[in-house]
Design a protein around this ligand. Structure first.
Ligand code: PMP
Length: 398
């Protein structure tokens, strides 16, 4: 059979070659200094592991309600109240004007459902450039077009940069703060201006906050006494009435090092969450059952030591790179996004090749962007390995 003839245009429209090339490069190296990784290097905290194991052993292994298991939803809605002042209810249970919450299969699940629920063929979604690799492809899968917002040399997605891109085809603007790959954290003013713009234009603001707990103190909001969060990341979701106009997407994978558990959640206008829950029912069905019970323990676990350790690594990386090149100080997440110094006369891919020749794996910026002048360095790796990697990178940048 000619399988190629049967493949959809939708599938063909996805070009995964950029990121695949990096995986291929990594596979060729023996014990590389891998600074390409997008997940934390610490283990899942014990109480969270225990709760998941307990759930398996007590036979919590079947389907769950599509909106999520009650104990996790209770923790999530409580947290939305504490952190944002939102009175969210589990999907299907919200009253008139109340926001809803839905447990999803990773933040990717929430993004896919949101795009499926919002985008028609021909619609446009405005995303930052540089962007998390999946964004344009998830738009394409929904038949829509990702419109890239050039975030300039400071890598900031501002209302002034977004406004000229909004057309009658625009359905949503996607903000990612702290950002992958740049580590940029939006200021409260930037969040406010973006939300005001979206409201004025009648488009939804989606806030992908998967790295929210990795917001370093100089870029975070002050915490209230007794606040259980590690850091309060500036967010459009904190603005008055935001739950009517913002779809908030957060995850568990990065904060608690359980990326493979495929767990996230979203909250926002109940009419939208209802559509997303309906689509989840017939696609993902529900998030992994036992692991949802594990995640219900997350909110009681203190991760501040891990985040402080990442802050220490960030300071180390920026301290090494700043004398050699332009590197915005990451306000959050665990990536640095320095420029390849122009004096080297190398593209990002050429610079990465030189690093790979020295057994160091980093990612060319062009995997995340139309620009070719930066590279992404993940510092989610041990300090020893980081030092070895930075020795090579700094030598090549000198
Ligand atoms: N958004 C951003 C900005 C990310 O960096 C990632 C993962 N790297 C995701 C979403 C997807 O996360 P998940 O594993 O929870 O689907």
């Amino acid at each position: 059979m000619d399988i190629q003839r049967l493949i959809s245009d939708r599938a063909r429209a996805i070009d995964a070659s950029g990121i695949r090339r990096i995986f291929d490069l990594g596979a060729r190296l023996t014990n590389p200094i891998n600074l390409s990784i997008g997940q934390p290097d610490f283990p899942v905290p014990e109480p969270i592991k225990r709760a998941a194991i307990r759930a398996i052993e007590t036979d919590c292994n079947g389907y769950t309600p599509t909106q999520g298991v009650a104990p996790l939803l209770a923790k999530v809605t409580h947290w939305l109240k504490t952190d944002l002042g939102w009175d969210a209810q589990p999907a299907g249970g919200a009253g008139e004007g109340q926001p809803s919450a839905l447990i999803t299969t990773g933040t990717s699940g929430a993004l896919s459902l949101a795009f499926a629920a919002l985008l028609n063929p021909g619609n446009e979604a405005i995303i930052p450039d540089p962007y998390f690799v999946a964004y344009p492809h998830l738009c394409a899968l929904a038949g829509a077009r990702a419109v890239l917002c050039d975030t300039g040399d400071d890598l900031r997605m501002t209302a002034a940069r977004v406004e000229p891109l909004i057309t009658e085809r625009t359905k949503l603007v996607l903000l990612n703060s702290p950002s992958n790959p740049c580590g940029v954290v939006s200021t409260p003013e930037e969040c406010r201006d973006l939300l005001e713009l979206c409201r004025a234009k009648g488009v939804l603001l989606i806030s992908d906050e998967i790295y929210d707990e990795f917001t370093y103190p100089e870029f975070a909001l002050d915490r209230a006494a007794g606040d259980a969060s590690l850091a309060r990341c500036p967010s459009p979701a904190r603005l008055p009435g935001a739950c009517d106009d913002v779809l908030l997407i957060r995850g568990f994978g990065k904060t608690y090092a359980c990326t493979g558990w495929r767990l996230g959640y979203c909250a926002g206008p109940s009419a939208l969450i209802a559509q997303m829950a309906k689509i989840q029912q017939y696609t993902f069905v529900c998030a992994p059952s036992a692991l949802q019970h594990g995640a219900a323990e997350c909110f009681g676990v203190d991760m501040s030591d891990q985040v402080h350790e990442y802050q220490r690594r960030r300071d180390y990386v920026v301290g090494r790179l700043a004398p050699l090149t332009d590197v915005p100080t990451p306000g959050g997440a665990f990536y640095a996004f320095p420029k390849v110094p122009a004096r080297l006369g190398l593209s990002d891919a050429e610079f990465v090749e030189r690093c790979v020749d020295r057994n160091v794996l980093i990612i060319p910026g062009s995997v995340f962007s139309t620009r070719t002048d930066r590279v992404r360095i993940s510092y989610a790796t041990s300090m020893d390995r980081l030092e070895e990697g930075l020795d090579v990178i700094c030598e090549l940048m000198s």
